[in-house]
Ligand binder design. Structure first.
Ligand code: Q9C
Ligand code: ZN
Length: 355
């Protein structure tokens, strides 16, 4: 196994976020990756390398041109505008920007407003995902990290883990949300397709439904998307992730959602994961991308399942038993101090697995 880790994740360091209408300490912070890096170093699981640069082309295969343009220029324009409006202050005005207005039903999303606050709404799904000075650079590094892991498993088989952030699975073709800006899992699956693999499966075990990944591949039969998650009737992202979403057109039958109620424990959860894995096996993919969120953990501050650290090796072993070239990408998991142990538990299970 190989672990890929970009130091640039740290450039995205939000202080605060809007959570249920209140400003609270941000959950998706650099300390998360620091804890994981420390734990995988201590465990001596695998070599840890920095990502290579795959450029923007693989990212532009998934995200729209105007969204990528927005991500790259937004902070520069936003902070410049702020300095003009408040010339007496010379530092960065605020540490993070949040949307406040959106083109919901009946409003137009085809014309990009010149107003930057309005652009922030056009390209987002919620007000809880801080956009910071380093958001683009960190997100780009996370995509490059996932691609580096993908190239490793394409060449050598086995597994590779992208120890990167911010996460990606909520980001759609042209929007951010749920702390995600670039959909690294989707970019990786598409890149593997573009390398000539006919079928790629994405298995999303994050607590939250992978709405971005589902939507990106919803009408396609070449990428199977499977997500096990908290029921969207009560859990973020609320507006997608129901069991009746099975894909459309050529993609009908190539999306599987397994929503579970708040309070679900390991036995029931693992049963659903096995059900998802049966679908993956039936699809007979040439590679597997795992959206590895660890917010299923019982002590997670923003999620509702009750998994324990000792449960995670079972997940890792089951992933290994699929016997596919496997790219695992870090998604959520906000019990930061325990996140490292939980990641190591999955990776140990993967290493020792192959039941
Ligand atoms: N005020 C991931 O785990 N919480 N994202 C929104 C609404 C968003 C989690 C709360 C949670 C997103 C990758
Ligand atoms: Zn999550």
């Amino acid at each position: 196994m190989l672990i890929v880790h970009p130091a640039e994740h740290r450039l995205h360091h939000p202080q605060r976020e809007n959570y249920r209408g209140r400003m609270v300490d941000a959950f998706e912070i650099p300390a998360r990756a620091d804890y994981v890096l420390h734990a995988v170093q201590q465990a001596e699981l695998a070599p840890i390398i920095a990502p290579d640069d795959f450029g923007l082309a693989p990212i532009a295969q998934v995200h729209s041109a105007r969204y990528l343009d927005f991500l790259q220029r937004f902070w520069g324009q936003w902070s410049e505008q702020w300095r003009k409006n408040f010339p007496q202050r010379d530092a960065e005005p605020v540490d993070e920007a949040f949307p406040a207005v959106w083109p919901i039903r009946t409003l137009r999303d085809d014309v990009e407003p010149a107003n930057l606050a309005a652009q922030l709404g056009l390209y987002s799904m919620d007000s809880g995902s801080p956009f910071t000075a380093g958001t683009w650079a960190a997100s780009l590094s996370a995509s490059q990290s996932a691609l580096t892991a993908a190239r490793h498993v394409l060449t050598h088989g086995g597994g590779a883990f992208s120890l990167s952030r911010p996460p990606g699975h909520h980001a759609g073709r042209d929007f951010f949300g749920g702390y995600c800006f670039l959909n690294h899992a989707a970019i990786t699956a598409q890149w593997l397709r573009d390398q000539g693999l006919a079928r790629v499966a994405v298995l999303d075990v994050d607590y939250h439904h992978g709405n971005g990944t589902q939507a990106i591949f919803y009408d396609r039969a070449d990428v199977l998307t499977v997500s096990i998650h908290g029921d969207p009737r009560t859990e973020y992202p609320f507006y997608l992730g129901h069991a009746d979403e099975q894909g459309q057109g050529a993609g009908l039958g190539y999306n599987l959602n397994l929503p579970l109620p708040v309070g679900t424990g390991f036995a029931r959860w693992m049963q659903a994961v096995e059900q998802g894995m049966a679908q993956v096996r039936a699809f007979a993919p040439q590679a597997l991308v795992v959206s590895l969120g660890l917010d299923t953990y019982g002590n997670d501050p923003i999620a509702g399942f009750t998994l324990q650290t000792a449960d995670y090796p079972v997940l890792g072993a089951a992933i290994r038993a699929l016997d596919l070239p496997t790219v695992m990408i870090l998604e959520g998991g906000y019990a930061a101090a325990e996140l490292g142990n939980n990641v190591v538990a999955v990776l140990r299970g993967f290493e020792q697995g192959r039941a």
